[in-house]
Design a protein. Structure first.
Ligand SMILES: *Cc1c(COP(=O)(O)O)cnc(C)c1O
Length: 387
């Protein structure tokens, strides 16, 4: 078998950490009970495991376990947060504020709500990908019920000033939701300190299994109610029905626990690797530029613009050796230039010529020189053909 390409697309997904998998295994076979069937020990044991995971996840963001609602992933969490608030608090107002560079799992529910009579303000971003807090304040109306701004962008890694946004939201009595899918394990989050009312996360972005996620929804001051989006047996305090994915939830809890524990060292290690990678690429490739903010970004994210080189044709040439991408997996399916890069510069050309690296737990220093060398060779080959 030929050597597998080096995986550097950790914003799209991550492998399950072997330590997480070990904890999950018994829950497929021996401990297979339904966590809602508590008339016997099978169900009780499953329930205990679910509650342990709920505690681990709550601990990761400074929340209480009863504020965690398990879902199938961040897409569902975002839908539940945004549509759940909109439907529940429609009497209070019909206006939502979000941002143009959000993930489609935020933008699409907002568009859906627009078709149902809600009004949505999509804040623009500057060339770093940051929103302007004064613009946020100015866009608040009497009817505004929700501000939804992601904690860390999945394409360019830019970090939002969560505490500042939370403060503005709280001063105006508006709920604050953040899609923190990419931030968990890289940025310290405390929902109380930051005045976050709702927070979405996903297991498979933090070295846990796919198909499981969570929504944090504040329970006191304010006590948040959400109109449920999946009706059924009334699981998860009536906010999300359906038999719980016990093995997935157990893995998710352990994955968050591990990610928070490893965070101090991993953040430093990954940032160093990312800087080495960018320094190497800058030496070899003329005119290459970083997309996003130089400092206010995820430590493991690098997004670069390479003038004169179509990202897609470059990716085809290197795909047997390294797995990187042009941006979000969702826009990859559509073959459209990234809406995030476009928003930075209002420039389609830059979006077609940008690449995203997402470094991860299994990447090491040897990968960096290997990738720098390969990319330099291919890029300079493409540019030479053009002359
Ligand atoms: C991956 C991702 C999602 C979607 O998460 P799933 O669990 O795959 O549904 C949502 N938001 C952001 C920022 C993401 O990176």
């Amino acid at each position: 078998m030929s050597k597998k390409p080096i995986y550097m697309d950790h914003h799209a997904t991550t492998p399950v950490d072997p330590r997480v998998m070990d904890v999950m295994l018994p829950y497929f076979t021996e401990v297979f009970g339904n966590a809602a069937s508590t008339d016997h020990s099978y169900g009780n044991e499953a329930l205990r495991a679910v509650e342990k995971s709920r505690q681990q996840i709550a601990d990761g963001i400074g929340a209480k376990p009863e504020e965690i609602i398990f879902t199938s992933g961040a897409t569902e969490s975002n839908n539940l947060a945004i549509k759940g608030i909109a439907e529940q608090y429609r009497e209070k107002g019909n206006h939502i504020i979000t941002c143009v560079t959000e993930h489609p799992a935020v933008l699409d529910p907002c568009k859906k709500l627009e078709s149902q009579g809600f009004e949505v303000t999509y804040l623009p971003v500057d060339h770093y990908g940051m929103i302007d807090l004064d613009e946020l304040k100015n866009s608040i109306r009497y009817e505004t019920i929700l501000i939804s701004i992601m904690a860390a962008n999945n394409e360019i890694g830019v970090l939002a000033p969560l505490a500042e946004i939370g403060k503005i939201a709280r001063e105006h009595n508006i709920f604050f939701h953040t899609d923190a899918t990419q931030a968990i394990g890289y940025v310290s989050i405390d929902v109380d300190e930051m005045n976050i009312d709702l927070l979405s996360m996903s297991s498979h972005k933090v070295y846990g299994p796919k198909g499981v996620g969570a929504l944090y929804a504040r329970k006191v001051s304010p006590r948040i109610k959400l109109a449920e989006q999946v009706n059924g047996g009334g699981h998860e305090r009536g906010m999300r029905s359906g038999t719980l994915n016990v093995s997935g939830i157990v893995g998710f809890g352990e994955a968050v626990n591990l990610a928070i524990k490893l965070m101090p060292k991993e953040v430093v290690r990954l940032r160093e690797l990312r800087e080495l990678l960018f320094d190497g690429l800058k030496k070899e490739i003329e005119g290459i530029e970083m997309n996003g903010h130089p400092e206010k970004r995820l430590p493991h994210n690098l997004n670069v613009y390479i003038p004169g080189v179509e990202a897609r044709s470059l990716l085809v040439q290197i795909k047997d050796e390294v797995a990187i991408s042009t941006g979000s997996a969702c826009s990859t399916a559509k073959v459209e230039p990234s809406h995030v890069i476009k928003a930075l510069t209002l420039n389609d050309d830059r979006a077609y010529k940008s690449l995203r690296f997402g470094l991860g737990r299994n990447n090491h220093i040897e990968n960096i020189s290997e990738i720098t060398f390969l990319l330099a060779r291919k890029v300079n080959g493409i540019l030479k053909l053009k002359i």
